[in-house]
Design a protein around this ligand. Structure first.
Ligand code: GDP
Length: 298
């Protein structure tokens, strides 16, 4: 995902390494080169600005001037600031005191929500939980069936309206699913919601209606890391329209430039909690800012 950015940064640092001491001009040039590398990776401008300002301030301070190996010290600063941009600490799922814990998934169509429902379901089941997946995407033909296929692969029950039952209201389905979870002793409910190709008011209103019906403990905004700068705009629209407590980056296995991953935390103020890295249900993990920063810096 970050190959180009990693290569660019490696080049910036290798030209620093040959220097015993770093002049102000060296630091300016380095900051400029890092800035270009980030912009080319599609990182949002406000994030780039904040990042570069922090690097410059720290790199011109005494921690670099007094360092035995100034280049190494600059790399250390970039690493620490990258971890900060990615959210610092790993943010874990918050479970409800009184089960079931309700996790709602939101995002554009194609972002990877249904796949994520299966991944999260499998991951939670392996951790000893008894999750229930809920098909509250009644918009797209086949969405219910797709979730049922995913649920079967994950070994997790799927709650969906019976065909011909006349229940066509996703808000009603979501509400009923919580009752079903209580009756059947499920401790986690994962609600898959409808997404559109673009942001629209009807979609937001429906997602907000589901949110109000189920009072989620976590609302996860799922975003395709390959959509570049659009990720930030989409994240802002979902933040304002539905609100969310965490972000899931999907398709991190792609070869796009990765700017979304580096922007979304800073822009929305909400932590990246999980990363999806492929089509298989196992291609999924908790997001660790420090590991991601290490990967970027190679
Ligand atoms: P939804 O519309 O948000 O529910 O998205 P889906 O879960 O249906 O995913 C859309 C497409 O992206 C499907 O073809 C998935 O197999 C694929 N997909 C989902 N997550 C990933 C991922 O992490 N990596 C890759 N390469 N493909 C993914």
């Amino acid at each position: 995902m970050f190959d180009t950015l990693s290569d660019r940064l490696a080049n910036v640092f290798s030209s620093l390494r040959s220097k015993g001491r770093l002049s102000e001009a060296d630091i300016d040039r380095t900051a400029r080169e890092i800035r270009i590398a980030l912009l080319e990776a599609d990182v949002a401008l406000p994030v780039v600005k904040a990042f570069i300002a922090a690097i410059k301030e720290r790199a011109t301070g005494s921690e670099v001037a007094q360092a035995l190996n100034p280049a190494q010290q600059v790399i250390k600063i970039v690493n620490e600031e990258l971890i900060g941009i990615l959210g610092g600490e790993t943010r874990r799922l918050q479970f409800a005191k009184n089960p079931p814990t309700v996790i709602m998934l939101a995002g554009l169509q194609g972002a990877g929500k249904t796949t994520l429902a299966g991944k999260l379901g499998l991951w939670l089941r392996k951790a000893g939980h008894q999750p229930l997946l809920v098909a509250a995407d009644l918009q797209r033909p086949n969405a219910v069936q797709q979730l049922q296929v995913v649920g079967e692969r994950a070994g997790v029950e799927v709650y969906a309206p019976q065909p011909g039952s006349g229940v066509g209201d996703p808000i009603q389905v979501a509400r009923d699913s919580i009752e079903h979870a209580r009756r059947t002793m499920r401790d986690i409910v994962i609600v898959d919601t409808a997404g559109r190709l673009g942001i629209d008011e009807e979609l937001m209103a429906q997602a907000a209606g589901i949110r109000d019906a189920v009072s989620p403990d976590e609302t996860l905004f799922v975003v395709d890391a390959m959509i570049g700068q659009d990720a930030v705009r989409t994240a802002e629209a979902f933040r304002d329209g539905v609100g969310f407590s965490g972000v899931v980056l999907s398709k991190l296995d792609g070869d796009a430039r990765g700017g979304a991953a580096l922007s979304v935390r800073h822009v929305t103020g909400q932590p990246i909690m999980f990363a999806s890295t492929g089509e298989k249900l196992e291609d999924f993990d908790v997001f660790h800012p420090d590991r991601m920063a290490s990967r970027i810096l190679g």
